[in-house]
Design a protein around this ligand. Structure first.
Ligand code: ADP
Ligand code: MG
Length: 579
């Protein structure tokens, strides 16, 4: 076989593999082009999750006939006038998107730049250009995505799932540019020149109103960084990162330096499995950041990542500390806050010190713990010796007490056993659910939960899995879901539960592990509702929990792989006392 240069159409299809993964990437590239062309009104229409049609109309500057001819050639761009890859002021700059999309679809472009007396129409399959009556701006029509590359077509997920990804792209761009109006399928509308907070509500949902705190910080030093936007109160959180919007010099990114800094800032006030919401805009001199890292450009390289990280953590912690100390009446009605402080308070990491105050304000009950609460005091008629005879003990031993309303202490003949009561309960519930042992109960009046249309879609896409977990749901109009059956005895905050599940589905899609994840979520909610950390248990309750966990398959590990109990052997205890 001799070496040969690949034909252009193959090179384009290979390049398209990097740039065009699905309908969402087509939407991203074309909408970014519209923004680069100065549009302030962009209409996006999508049919069948993008498979059949993606139509983008913008009111930007348009193209001349000459530019139209060049725009679908590889590496043709109008956006690097001085050939300097470090000085990038546009969203796109690689000149790859249009040729890539054209190579895997049937694409046409209509455009008019206002200088020519008429508009132009390009059929990208034939390369033919003819005059048209298109008046202003540009329209890109992408039909039959991946029809030319059937192998890739197979990788598209369901139309619903693809549509959710497209909506996510539009939301990210809508958060990047509040001055621009976006309309998706005439259903999701973000009007132009919207106030940032209003746009945040439009994108993230009504529940965030009044619960976001403004950020405005400057690094002050020579590296000239600025951070602005909003972050959520710690009482407001999501089950995934869906509502984290991060921007570097106006460009939406999912960069690990920024995500890590955000997590670190909330470390003491939010559980690691919870995600704060944010719309954060970092600006820094273009030469301090390289955006030319990945073809889809959601990663960036900072010249000084440690400075960036430190600046963000410090700025966010200042905001969080202020909100905590100013509201000493921190909305103690919120169940969320109470749920999550048990595990968090025990962290020692708080280098700035500010969050110690924060924790104290919001979780006074736990800081003020009695380190060891011998249950005998509360049960005067049960003497230690008689305990054995009252309860049959199993491998986890006999209950001797509870620590910090979180851990059950038990003793076997030759070890001390410490049981995480929350993890234990979660494990038991999860196993019951997995084995289909949760009984469901039809409701006389369905429970109606209002949700955004995209969340309704997410929930409906997993209705079958939910049924297996004892939850029967259906749509209730465009923006609500009705629960018709639920597991008996479970009186949870169903709005929270469904929103959490929707977040999860939107973040991870309809994957093979979905029903497992769903069980986890439900078990997690069920446990926060009952035997959660921070609840005092009586002797009988503790014993019942231990005996239940002994009977549960995989009883030793929590659903997330965390341990449920730990044995401390007598040998080890002897060692402490140098016996
Ligand atoms: P890039 O955006 O990286 O330059 P693209 O392949 O996305 O590469 O686009 C190629 C060129 O086509 C752009 O540089 C721009 O000049 C032109 N173009 C694309 N879309 C539009 C649009 N909606 N309005 C005006 N010009 C456009
Ligand atoms: Mg582009």
């Amino acid at each position: 076989m001799s070496v040969r240069l690949l034909p252009d159409y193959l090179v384009d299809q290979i390049a398209a593999g990097e740039v065009v993964e699905n309908g969402a990437s087509v939407v991203k590239e074309t909408v970014e082009n519209a923004l680069d062309a100065g549009a302030d009104q962009i209409m996006i229409d999508v049919v069948d999750g993008g498979r059949t049609l993606i139509n983008i109309v913008d009111n930007g500057g348009g193209m001349s006939r000459d530019d139209l001819e060049k725009c679908i050639m590889r590496h043709a761009t109008s956006k690097l006038p001085d050939d300097n890859l470090l000085n990038i002021h546009f969203m796109g700059f690689r000149g790859e998107a249009l040729p890539s999309i054209a190579s895997v679809s049937d694409m046409t472009i209509d455009t008019c730049n206002g200088a020519d007396s008429n508009g132009w129409h390009l059929d990208c399959n034939t390369g033919e250009i003819r005059p048209s009556d298109w008046q202003a701006g540009t329209r890109i029509r992408v039909q039959n995505l991946f029809a030319k590359t059937p192998a890739r077509l197979k990788f598209l997920r369901t139309d619903r799932a693809e549509m959710m990804s497209i909506l996510d792209v539009i939301k990210r761009l809508a958060m990047a540019r509040t001055d621009v109006g976006f309309v998706l399928n005439n259903k999701w509308r973000f009007p132009k020149n919207q106030d940032l907070m209003e746009r945040i509500v439009a994108v993230m949902g009504e529940d965030v109103r009044g619960r976001m705190h403004a950020v405005a910080a400057e690094s002050g030093s020579a590296n000239g960084m600025k951070l602005s936007g909003y972050i959520s109160d710690p009482t407001l959180r999501r089950a995934s990162s869906v509502d984290q919007f991060l921007f570097v010099n106006g460009r939406p990114v999912k960069d690990k330096v920024l995500v890590g800094a955000l997590r670190a800032a909330y470390m003491d006030v939010m559980h690691a499995r919870e995600f704060p919401l944010c719309a954060l805009y970092l600006t820094l001199p273009p030469e301090m950041v390289d955006v030319n890292v990945s073809p889809t450009k959601t990663d960036v390289h900072f010249l000084e990542p440690n400075h960036v990280r430190a600046f963000i953590i410090k700025s966010l912690r200042e905001v969080l500390a202020k909100t905590m100390s100013s509201e000493s009446a921190v909305d103690s009605s919120s169940p969320v806050r109470m749920d999550f402080h048990g595990p968090i308070i025990s962290r020692t990491f708080a280098p700035t010190g500010v969050l110690h105050t924060a924790s104290r304000v919001c979780a006074p009950n736990i800081v003020n713990n009695e380190l060891f609460s011998p249950v005998q005091n509360k049960q005067p008629n049960i003497k230690n010796e008689s305990v054995d005879s009252i309860f049959d003990t199993g491998p986890l031993g006999r209950v001797i007490g509870q620590i910090a309303n979180k851990y059950i202490l038990a003793a076997t003949e030759n070890s001390l056993v410490v049981v995480d009561q929350h993890a234990a309960h979660e494990r038991i519930t999860y196993e019951k659910m997995r084995l289909g042992k949760i009984k469901s109960q039809p409701l006389l009046t369905p429970i109606v939960v209002r949700m955004r249309a995209e969340d309704v879609t997410a929930i409906l896409s997993i209705a079958d899995e939910m049924k297996n977990s004892g939850l029967v749901v259906d749509a209730f109009g465009e923006d609500a879901v009705a629960i018709f059956e639920k597991p008996s005895d479970w009186d949870l905050n169903w709005a929270n539960v469904l929103h959490d599940i929707a977040d999860e589905v939107r973040a991870y899609g309809h994957s093979a592990q979905l029903s497992e994840k769903l069980h986890l979520k439900l078990a997690n909610h069920a446990c926060h509702h009952s035997v959660r950390a921070g609840q005092k248990l009586n002797f009988e309750q503790m014993d019942a929990l231990l005996r239940d966990i002994e009977k549960t398959e995989h009883g030793g590990e929590c659903n997330h792989g965390r341990p449920v109990y730990k044995f401390i052997p007598l040998d080890e205890i002897d060692g402490w006392f140098e016996r």
